[in-house]
Design a protein around this ligand. Structure first.
Ligand code: PLP
Length: 441
């Protein structure tokens, strides 16, 4: 009997033995194409020697030094590189061990920022429905995904949720995409006014929504309006790029495509590419200065903050993304993958939408293409599809529709940036066979 507490107690997964580029190999020798990079993690594939060598060298040099006593060279170098390429105004990087720690840190930093500024009443966070910001209690409270939240309700109370910018489902008939985006953004202003102008500290959103909705970008103009509203009311803008950042969309930071400047930016997953657990919260110079001029101490810390081996891995990963031309490759391969998905599934009676940016693609499954009505979540189609894909040699991320009935089941694809055009069939063919078994046309 295994003593590991697994993620799903009713499923016994095969044992992963090794990795080879875009493939994972189990102990029986079966190869799986890593179609979602785990969960948008393994952006460089599974055998990148630049990264493994960097981690080994760091281990030989220095495995660990606690941040209450020391900084380390890889942490300094990685922070420099991230800030050099970051959106305007971002000046500091707080390293953590993963995505939930990054978003949790962001929420606490926003709170402490206003306390330091003598505005402790500004403690309300506005986030969006159908979002996921992580699993710690603060991050889970920020997330607006009903089924993930319900067991732990009521969660933190000073958080409310507005509608996401979700063109496929929420744009009205005859409405232009731009007008829809303005209408969606207006919900933020309405909610700020409802709560009281000086009680809101921050708005948090994923530039391209991942796990809950399947690679949903905002429409043009949405984030410009969001930024204007945040500026008007002195509300901080927190962008969660844990899944969509670090090159996944063809930009190092996903928000570049929306031309929006965050006050706080969260990254993880692709930053360590699976070679080490690492995340980061980046913040503006202004926020940092408020802490520096105030108590001088961000009242939040984790033992493994800025771990030397994790930051060494992150440094090698970001250098690889920038130095090997992978951002252009992601854009190019993303378009080829999109074209192949549309060619194969575009006419499927149960595929409502195929979308995304770069190598971050979503396929939305619907019962009825006309009405966009999703299948009953009780059918568990996403789980069945995931299992069938896996049996066919494709590890990918079908996700269940949320229970508010607005989103259908979807498939999230986030393959490694190193995938080739010749490997597109390693996604399409297993998916086609799995779809035929689970959702016949
Ligand atoms: N934020 C977003 C947008 C995510 O997609 C995730 C994980 O999927 C998280 C936060 C939490 O990251 P982690 O699982 O590394 O804690």
């Amino acid at each position: 009997m295994s003593h590991v507490f697994p993620r799903h107690t009713k499923i016994s997964p095969p044992m992963a033995a090794s990795g080879d580029g875009c493939y994972l190999i189990d102990t029986n020798g079966k190869r799986y194409f890593d179609g979602s990079g785990g969960a948008a993690v393994s952006c460089l594939g599974h055998s990148d020697t630049d990264v493994t060598e960097a981690v080994k060298a760091q281990l030989d040099q220095l495995a660990f030094a606690h941040t209450s006593f020391f900084t380390s060279q890889p942490a300094e170098d990685l922070a420099d590189l991230l800030v050099e390429h970051a959106p305007e105004g971002i000046e500091r990087v707080y390293f953590v061990s993963g995505g939930s720690e990054a978003t949790e840190s962001a929420i606490k930093l926003a709170r402490q920022y206003f306390v330091e500024k003598g505005q402790p009443q500004r403690r309300h966070l506005i986030a969006r429905k159908q979002s996921y910001h992580g699993n710690t209690i603060g991050a889970l409270s920020a997330g607006g995904n009903a089924w993930r939240r319900e067991q732990f309700a009521p969660l933190l109370l000073d958080i409310s949720h507005i509608a996401p910018c979700y063109e496929y489902v929420l744009k009205a008939e005859g409405e232009s995409a731009y007008d829809y985006g303005q209408r969606a953004a207006q919900e933020l202003e309405d909610e700020i006014l409802r709560l009281g102008e000086d009680s809101v500290m921050a708005f948090m959103a994923e530039p391209v929504v991942g796990a809950t909705s399947g690679a949903v970008p905002a429409v043009e103009g949405y984030y410009k309006r969001i930024r204007e509203i945040c500026d008007k009311y002195g509300v901080l803008l927190i962008l969660d790029e844990v899944m969509c950042g670090m090159g996944r969309t063809g930009h190092l930071y996903a928000c570049e495509a929306d031309n929006v400047r965050p006050d706080i930016l969260c990254i993880a997953k692709g930053l360590g590419a699976g070679y080490q657990p690492i995340g980061a919260m980046l913040c503006s110079g202004e926020i940092y200065k408020a802490i520096e001029d105030g108590t001088g101490f961000f009242q939040h810390g984790h033992t493994y903050l800025a771990h030397p081996c994790a930051t060494a891995a992150g440094l090698a990963v970001v250098k690889a993304i920038l130095g090997r031309g992978l951002l252009d490759r992601v854009k190019d391969m993303g378009e080829k993958l999109q074209a192949a998905l549309v060619a194969e599934f575009g006419q499927h009676p149960h595929v409502g939408d195929i979308r995304g940016r770069g190598l971050f693609r979503g396929i939305e499954i619907v019962k009825d293409r006309e009405t966009k009505e999703p299948f009953d979540p009780a059918l568990g189609l996403a789980g069945k599809l995931k299992k069938a894909c896996f049996a066919e040699g494709l590890a990918c991320y079908p996700m269940a529709g949320t229970r508010d009935g607005k989103t259908g089941d979807h498939i999230l694809l986030a393959p490694p940036y190193i995938m080739t055009e010749e490997q597109i069939p390693d996604i399409i063919e297993p998916l086609k066979r799995a779809m035929a078994q689970i959702i016949p046309s």
